[in-house]
Design a protein around this ligand. Structure first.
Ligand code: SAM
Length: 216
């Protein structure tokens, strides 16, 4: 083999190696980023925006007299589920993004609540929530009317639903907590199920404010 041919073969091996490394890196980048990007391409765009700590505190505050099962719809990095488990709930999260689910499981294990938490890689529109007595949703306005119908038909009359940041469009909340982007609204299933059965719809107005409006 001449020196020239040997150098040419080395160059071509290096080229192959670089192409492989570049291709592999791009593939890894795509695999990592795709679960975060695809929610934006769905009919209802519900991106990963984690709850603020004030929001999490408000959820726990309005559910302080409650117990039993709880599910966070679109549980993100698991912060609401983990905080609820620490308050004694048997807490679950339903989340489309597998990276966030794996991270949530790891965090629950690290924080010592893995036995009272479960995280599912699932589409919230394809799961029944009939078994849960407490439901939390930090959604977007475009999905709330559809979610009203789904939850009203699935949940037991003893359930409570907490909406973070965006209220349900026609249900009447029994109270609210927090203010601004950290506001949460609490709904009683007995009320919204009976309204739904009677075909009643009303615009969102709290009947009893948990937090005075002047509170800052
Ligand atoms: C606004 S974030 C809320 C995260 C978390 N609940 C919190 O309060 O920190 C919405 C989450 O819903 C997830 N998501 C979007 N569409 C979904 C679907 N169809 N089923 C399940 N999860 C979904 C997103 O990946 C994102 O993590």
């Amino acid at each position: 083999m001449s020196e020239d041919t040997g150098q040419e073969q080395n160059r071509s091996r290096l080229g192959l190696l670089l192409t492989g490394v570049l291709g592999g890196s791009l593939l890894a980048l795509y695999a990592g980023a795709a679960p975060f990007i695809t929610p934006a391409l769905r009919k209802i765009c519900l991106p990963f925006v984690p709850a603020t700590s004030a929001q999490v505190d408000n959820v726990l505050r309005v559910l302080r007299a409650r117990s039993g099962t709880l599910v966070d719809l679109g549980s993100g990095d698991g912060r609401i589920v983990i905080a609820a488990a620490k308050r004694g709930f048997k807490a679950s999260g339903v989340e489309l993004n597998p990276w966030l689910v794996w991270y949530s499981r790891y965090k629950a294990w690290r924080e010592g609540v893995h036995r009272s938490t479960s995280f599912y890689i699932s589409d919230l529109w394809k799961v029944s929530f009939a078994q849960y007595s407490n439901v939390v949703i930090f959604g977007v306005p475009q999905m709330m009317d559809q979610l009203e119908l789904k939850l009203a038909s699935e949940l037991p009359t003893t359930a409570k639903v907490v909406a973070c940041r965006f209220p349900f469009p026609t249900w009447v909340p029994e109270h609210t907590a927090g203010e601004g982007i950290d506001t949460v609204w609490v709904y009683d299933a007995k009320t919204f199920k009976s309204h739904q059965q009677r075909g009643l719809t009303r615009k969102t107005t709290a009947v009893d404010e948990d937090t005075p409006q002047s509170h800052s």
